[in-house]
Design a protein around this ligand. Structure first.
Ligand code: UD1
Length: 423
C-alpha cells in the first residue's frame, strides 16, 4: 500500500489548479444512465472514486469514450444489467446513486448496500423511503436493495434529515417519473445544484435547486447534453488551510469563492488574508512556521450547506492544533468523524473529545511521526498537520486520499512542499 512521506516546515507558495468536484462528478456520471443519448462531460477529476464509478457503469453496459484529460462521453443505449454488485461498490458509498436512475429508466435495480468511509452508520433509509413514496416496491435481501416499479409516480417527499446523495438520487428518479415530485428539506450543496444543472441540460424540468424545496416535473425521456463538472470546493478549502497553516502566498485557479463562504470566514477569523475574483482565490498568511501566535484558534460547528461543511472539519482540527488558544470543533452530521484525533495526538496535538465536540488546545509545534489515514478527509488533515510538523511524517494507507484528491503530492510539490509517495 502506498505511503506519503512528508518533511514538514516549508511555507507554500505558488499556484494550484483546483480539480472538478468528486461529489458532483459521481452523481453526474450516474445521470448518464438516464438517457440512451450521449452525455459529454468535462472537468471530470482523475480520482479513484471516479474510476470505481466508471467501472461500475461499464459493468452495466455504459460505453465510455475518453477524450482529453477530464473529458469523456457516456453512452447508455445498451444497458444489459441493472445490478451493482457488492465487490464493485463496497469501497464507495456513492454507488447508491445508480439506484434512482436505474429504477426510473428500466423499472428495476439491484444495488448492493454501500460501504465507503467508516464515519458512522450512514444508512440509506431516506433514499428508500423516497423511492417507495414514488411507488417503488423495495426489499432488502442478502445485503442488496432490490427495487421494482413499472413506472415511478411523482410524490411529495419530506426528508427529516438533510441528505446530499438522498436528494440527488430522488431528483434523478423524479426526472423520469409520471407527474410532479416535491422534495422537501432537500440538500442545498453546490454539488446538488451542479447535478440539477446537468439534468436540466438533458431536458429535465427542475425548479428550486439551491433551496430546500426542489420541484421536479417528470418528462418521458432525457436527451444528449454537455456539462462541465463544478470545481471542488473541498479540495480548494483544503489547499487554503494548508497555505494558512504553513504561511506563504498561494493562488487557487478554477476555484469559486462563493461556494466556500463559511470556510473563508473562518480562515479570515484565524488571521489569513483572502482575496478572490470569479475563478481565483488567493490566500496569504504568516503561518505557524514563523513562530507562535500566527494563527488564531477558530471554533467551528458542522451543518448542511451553506453552514460549515463536515468535509472541512478535520482540516480545521489540524489548523487548531497549532493555533494560539483553545477552540471547539463540533460535528453534527456524522457520529463517528473524529478518527483523525488519535492520529493527530501521535503528532503531539492536544485534543480532548467529549461526545460530538473536540476541544483543541493549540501547541507551539507538532512533531513528525508515523500515522495512518482512516478516511478521506481525515487523511487530508494528517497531510496538513505533517506540513507544519517538525521532521518527517509518514502517512500510511493513503488510498483514502487518492479517492478524493487529484494528484495531491504533485500539487503540493509544485507549491514547494516536500512530499514523496512511496509505492
Ligand atoms: C455526502 C458527501 C460527503 C459529505 C456528506 C455531508 C457525496 C458522494 N458524499 O455524503 O462527502 O460528507 O454528503 O455533506 O456527495 N442519513 C440518514 N439516512 C439516509 C441518508 C443519510 O440517516 O438515507 C444521514 C447520514 O447518516 C448522515 C446525514 O444523514 O448522518 C447526512 O448524510 P448524507 O448527506 O446523506 O451524506 P452522503 O450523501 O452520504
Amino acid at each position: 500500500m502506498d505511503k506519503l512521506v512528508i518533511q514538514g516546515g516549508v511555507p507554500l507558495n505558488g499556484e494550484v489548479r483546483i480539480s472538478g468536484a468528486k461529489n458532483a462528478a459521481l452523481p453526474i456520471l450516474c445521470a448518464g444512465l438516464l438517457t440512451a443519448e450521449p452525455l459529454a462531460l468535462g472537468n471530470v477529476p482523475d480520482l479513484h472514486d471516479v474510476a470505481t464509478m466508471l467501472k461500475l457503469l461499464a459493468h452495466m453496459g455504459i460505453k465510455i469514450e475518453r477524450h482529453a484529460a477530464g473529458e469523456l462521453t457516456l453512452g447508455a443505449d445498451d444497458i444489459h444489467t441493472c445490478e451493482a454488485p457488492y465487490d464493485m461498490v463496497k469501497t464507495m458509498r456513492a454507488s447508491i446513486l445508480v439506484l434512482g436512475p436505474l429504477l426510473a429508466r428500466f423499472g428495476h435495480a439491484r444495488v448492493s448496500l454501500p460501504g465507503g468511509c467508516a464515519i458512522g452508520s450512514r444508512p440509506v433509509d431516506l433514499h428508500i423511503k423516497g423511492l417507495q413514496a414514488m411507488g417503488a416496491e423495495i426489499r432488502i435481501e442478502h445485503g442488496y436493495i432490490e427495487a421494482k416499479a413499472s413506472k415511478l409516480k411523482g410524490a411529495r417527499i419530506f426528508m427529516d434529515l438533510v441528505t446530499v446523495t438522498g436528494t440527488e438520487n430522488l431528483m434523478m428518479a423524479a426526472a423520469l417519473a409520471d407527474g410532479v415530485t416535491v422534495l422537501e428539506n432537500a440538500a442545498k450543496e453546490p454539488e446538488v445544484v451542479d447535478l440539477a444543472e446537468c439534468l436540466i441540460k438533458m431536458g429535465a424540468k427542475i425548479e428550486g435547486v439551491g433551496t430546500d424545496v426542489i420541484t421536479v416535473t417528470g418528462v418521458p425521456h432525457l436527451h444528449a447534453a454537455q456539462h462541465d463538472v463544478v470545481c471542488d470546493r473541498i479540495e480548494a478549502g483544503t489547499y487554503l488551510v494548508a497555505a494558512a497553516m504553513t504561511g506563504g502566498k498561494v493562488k487557487l485557479n478554477n476555484a469559486r469563492a462563493e461556494l466556500l463562504d463559511a470556510v473563508i470566514d473562518k480562515l479570515r477569523e484565524s488571521g489569513a488574508k483572502i482575496e478572490h475574483d470569479k475563478t481565483i482565490i488567493t490566500v496569504e498568511s504568516r503561518g505557524v512556521l514563523q513562530g507562535p501566535g500566527a494563527l488564531k484558534s477558530v471554533s467551528i460547528r458542522t451543518a448542511p450547506h451553506p453552514a460549515f461543511p463536515t468535509d472541512m472539519q478535520a482540516q480545521f482540527m489540524a489548523l487548531n492544533t497549532v493555533a494560539d488558544a483553545v477552540a471547539t470543533v463540533t460535528e453534527t452530521i456524522f457520529e463517528n468523524r473524529f478518527m483523525h484525533v488519535q492520529e493527530m495526538q501521535r503528532l503531539g496535538a492536544n485534543i480532548e473529545v467529549e461526545g460530538n465536540t473536540a476541544i483543541v488546545r493549540g501547541r507551539e509545534f507538532l512533531e513528525g511521526a508515523t500515522v495512518m489515514a482512516t478516511d478521506l478527509r481525515a487523511s487530508a488533515s494528517l497531510v496538513l498537520a505533517a506540513l507544519v510538523a517538525r521532521g518527517e511524517t509518514v502517512i500510511e494507507r493513503i488510498y483514502h486520499l487518492d479517492r478524493g484528491y487529484e494528484h495531491i503530492e504533485d500539487k503540493l510539490g509544485k507549491l514547494g512542499a516536500k512530499v514523496q509517495r512511496i509505492k
